[in-house]
Design a protein around this ligand. Sequence first.
Ligand code: FE2
Ligand code: FE2
Length: 249
Amino acid sequence: MERIDKLVELLQKLNSGDITPELRQEALKMVSNIDPLELSLAEQKLIENGTKPEDLRHLCDIHMEVLKDELDKLRLSLTSDHVLTTMIEEHEEILKRLTRLEELNSKIQKMNSFDKNTSLFNELLNLAVEIIGAEPHHKREEDVLFPELEKRGVTGPTRVMRMEHDMLRAKKHEIKSLSEKVENMDFAEFKSQLNEAAKYLIFNLRDHIYKENHILYPSSVQTLKDSKLWQTMKKACDEIGYCSFTPWK
Ligand SMILES: [Fe+2]
Ligand SMILES: [Fe+2]
């Protein structure tokens, strides 16, 4: 709790007016001394204790600055066949598909009616199927990585990640089923439902990946120190299998 109190105090200073270079330095120093996982939990607690999310903005900015290098450091510390290397590379592939979904959605939003002659709707369906095909990635997280963290007392973040997987899964299927029935739907209604589902998925899946890359995975390396354990986990991951887009060198 003491750390939370310190964070609240820091937050009040950051919110009280101009952020001087000295204050910024002080905040950066304090935030870098806190484990990223602990900090994100602290931010969550502050919100639960009534801090308005917008008042957390300054703290989040500084947190982001600290996290920026976290992923590069992590990648350099891992072998190319490490469980987490594969997961980070799969995240990149998922992000590429989200960018494509963003482009497709914005093209479709500009259309006035359904057009049989464009490949856009087929592309949308194929893309939704590919994004749903990330399931083995999430299963490896849920069945191999998270249980090892949970055995060691890290339960909050994994619970949030599992919940997000469920919510995101539902949206992916919604986009797939919309693209299957576009021909038989009122086009304005189709566009509005697609826009809502696509934007939700794009924003929240990017955010989910960011949290895993910058917070959960680095903390996993800190928490799971035994290299033999990672080898056993690798075998369990191999058994679950990979995605059509998993890059293999
Ligand atoms: Fe995940
Ligand atoms: Fe992931």
